[in-house]
Design a protein around this ligand. Structure first.
Ligand code: ADP
Ligand code: MN
Length: 266
């Protein structure tokens, strides 16, 4: 009824204001002295040659394009650099993913926050290594220093990043829904992620999958959890639902969530 919606709107307004404020704060913090120093050292060590503009600016991290000019005169290589933000607000919904790992006494404490983002970056680095080792298409992790992660750039040779699955356009030749084989491909990836990597992505959706030429690439695995994590199966159900919802919107005749859960875990 009216009251319900009014109340909801008010909450939305407050949230938006807070969010704007947080975005400003984090954007100012992201290229702080430490970050610039880390990037400079990476440049002097020949890990990258140039850092370009942001591919993405998110709540928790920015992703930048970068180029490495090999000294042997071979063609420049594209890189992606994910730089985690150290502002406080963004950690609120992160805690539930942590388990059995060193916990920090939380509070408005810059040092603790820096330690925390370092952990997230490290987690993403390690998880990407696992995926890569298991042959799951993802950016190859290349270098980690504190909250700065250098990885393979997923995009074309001209430096354009592949679209997220959400923004992908599939050529529909033939009569079959072209999203169907992509859906099946993703189910296989989810199963492999669970059974070979022992991981649940825990933020899987059309936003954290890149698409190019009928192939899917999994990204953004800093919050992924071991399948022994007490909430792993809950996260898995959430992932299954998000994926199902997306492909249903694309008109795919999806399997039941329950059946997918069994397929992945059994
Ligand atoms: P966030 O925590 O901000 O969601 P993501 O890891 O999802 O961070 O990256 C944000 C966006 O940056 C992605 O949606 C994608 O468009 C782009 N991106 C991330 N990693 C790469 C990569 N290795 N190559 C190309 N683009 C990338
Ligand atoms: Mn993401």
């Amino acid at each position: 009824d009216d009251d319900f919606w009014n109340g909801d709107d008010r909450t939305g307004e407050v949230k938006d204001k807070d969010k704007d404020k947080a975005d400003r704060a984090t954007n100012e913090l992201v290229m702080d002295q430490r970050t610039r120093m880390i990037l400079l050292k990476m440049i002097s060590r020949g890990i990258v040659s140039e850092v370009h503009g942001a591919i993405s600016t998110g709540k928790e991290a920015n992703v930048y394009g970068a180029v490495l000019d090999p000294l042997d005169g071979t063609r420049p290589l594209h890189r992606a650099i994910k730089i985690y933000k150290t502002a406080i607000l963004v950690f609120k919904d992160r805690e539930r993913y942590i388990t059995g790992e060193h916990r920090f006494k939380r509070g408005a404490n810059k040092k603790n926050n820096r330690e925390m983002v370092k952990q997230w970056a490290e987690k993403e680095f390690r998880n990407l290594k696992r995926l890569h080792a298991a042959g799951i298409p993802c950016p190859e992790p290349l270098e980690l220093k504190s909250h700065v992660l250098v990885m393979e750039f997923l995009g074309n040779k001209r430096g354009y990043a592949y679209p997220r699955l959400r923004d992908a356009t599939l050529s529909d030749e033939g009569t079959e829904n072209p999203w169907r084989p992509v859906y099946i491909q993703l189910l296989g990836i989810m199963r492999r992620l669970f059974r070979v990597c022992n991981l649940v992505h825990a933020d899987l959706s059309e936003y954290n999958i890149l698409y190019d030429k009928n192939k899917l690439y999994i990204i953004d695995v800093s919050q992924s959890v071991e399948h022994e994590h007490p909430r792993a199966l809950q996260f898995l159900r959430m992932d299954i639902k998000n994926v199902g919802d997306f492909f249903r919107r694309k008109g795919v005749d999806t399997l039941q969530d329950r059946a997918i859960f069994d397929f992945i875990t059994a």
